[in-house]
Design a protein around this ligand. Sequence first.
Ligand SMILES: *Cc1c(COP(=O)(O)O)cnc(C)c1O
Length: 238
Amino acid sequence: MNDPSLPAIAANLARVRERMARAAASAGRDPGDITLVAVTKTHAWPYVAAALAAGQIEFGENRPEEAFDKFRGVPHPEAAHARLHLIGPIQSRKARLALDCQPVLIHSVDRLKIAARLSALAQELGQPLDILFEINISGEATKAGFSPAGLAAAAPELLALPGLRPHGLMAIPPFDPDPESARPHFVALRRLRDDVARLFPQGDWSQLSMGMSDDFEVAIAEGATIVRVGSAIFGPRE
Ligand SMILES: *Cc1c(COP(=O)(O)O)cnc(C)c1O
């Protein structure tokens, strides 16, 4: 597992976990309440294998095709131990493939239409699907996700979909190398969660998926329960 062409994945993982623990402690939070999803998109199987060997179990991919090929379509016996999170946009025609990935959580349900489609497919399979709603928290025109008002408007319908088990919200703030610039967006996502939890107490809104390599410590300070970290563990992507 010490392929010299790979970055120091075990050491990087240990460093990220240590930074997470320190951020949790500063915020008076239990580090055990925060899940690290290691994002392996664009990286080949040996990167996943190295992380698995270092004890990492939760992995994230943003494209269903790549996720399936890497984790489910190949005979890597260790892949059976990996818990796969889908974190990218799901097109309607890829919904079936997304379910075939057997994700433990889809973070990126970003509109009612795809929610309904995933629900119908999950019902067909007789297996409820655990999901988060992606929120366009910055209101950028190019970003996917429910607007905050759109989520509140659609929530009764979303929560009634029989194949889905929603657990909370996810967001991707605008890219900015300064982690502090993400803080107001993380605060806004947490407040939206608090609002919908009050308005729709029949739902589970416990999870907040926010924070990436550049800003996961700020996200933890603001209440993240799941951070999605790629390059800080696996190095830069092409
Ligand atoms: C790629 C990706 C990440 C990880 O990004 P890094 O900056 O490499 O940590 C997190 N979330 C989503 C949705 C992504 O697509």
